[in-house]
Design a binder for this molecule. Structure first.
Ligand code: CO
Length: 264
């Protein structure tokens, strides 16, 4: 599958508690038809948010479903699942994000769990004709509550649309890490004229410490705004396993090879 790894690569290995962010977008089935056949996960959670197309997931414990455009799947892998994530289409556009969110050490071996929401279950908050928020997780400053619940890392996951010239201002939790990914358009961080910063489509901006974000759209823009509570814990990471020590990683591989990881 052709994808862009935004977090979880050399320039940005992680942004605690976010371990990985992939963006996939193509109208050419050769870019996505291979999908993601059976693979394991242990020690963290994945949030899949589809913008276009449909994906079917199926796991080793008998859980199965299809994610629709605008729909969300939150999977807490906990002590382990083996699953496949495959396109439910042979033509047309497929686009979306997969985010990996870490789990605190004492919850890495919890039972796997899912939270799944159809497009109509993602609340929309309209702030005037040119400002629209979709709240996937967390709560907006005006009280719109997203359906995904995870108090351990308290993620805020907003998908925003700003018409050209519109401004978004939103308070942020100052102790949480935050970033913006611009899907399309141009965003400006207003400041003294010489200090204005511009973000172009396809770029991710890690936000510095602060109590709020204020951005203005230069052109009609769409972006993600995510924040989460950092765990500040030691990490041992290899492929689909994210634990706290090398011994725990080795245990994960042993369990996987023995067929125990997705079956207990
Ligand atoms: Co997976």
């Amino acid at each position: 599958v052709i994808l862009t790894r935004l977090i979880g690569q050399a320039e940005l290995p992680q942004l605690d508690p976010f371990l990985l962010l992939d963006y996939f977008e193509s109208g050419d089935p050769r870019d996505y038809i291979a999908g993601f056949p059976d693979h394991p996960h242990r020690g963290f959670e994945t949030l899949t948010y589809l913008l276009a197309g449909r994906m079917r997931h199926r796991d080793s414990r008998g859980h199965e479903g299809v994610i629709e455009p605008g729909g969300v799947q939150w999977m807490s892998a906990g002590r382990g699942i083996v699953h496949s994530e495959m396109p439910e289409q042979v033509r047309g556009r497929l686009a979306g994000f997969q985010l990996w969110v870490n789990l605190p050490a004492k919850h890495k071996m919890d039972s796997p769990a899912y939270q799944e929401f159809a497009p109509g279950e993602i609340p929309r908050e309209r702030r005037g004709p040119g400002v629209l928020l979709k709240v996937v997780a967390g709560v907006s400053s005006r009280g719109t509550l997203g359906p995904v619940r995870q108090p351990l890392t308290a993620p805020l996951y907003l998908h925003l649309s700003l018409a050209a010239g519109e401004t978004l201002e939103e308070p942020l939790e100052p102790t949480h890490n935050a970033f913006v990914y611009l899907i399309q358009g141009t965003l400006w961080w207003p400041g003294p004229a010489a200090d204005e910063e511009r973000l172009e489509a396809g770029r991710l901006a890690v936000l510095g410490p602060g109590r709020r974000i204020r951005v203005r759209a230069g052109r009609d823009s769409q972006f993600l705004l995510l924040t989460g509570r950092p765990l500040h814990e030691p990490m041992a990471r290899a492929g689909p396993f994210v634990m706290n020590s090398r011994a725990q990683l080795q245990e994960a591989y042993r369990d996987y090879l023995a067929g125990r990881l997705g079956a207990d």
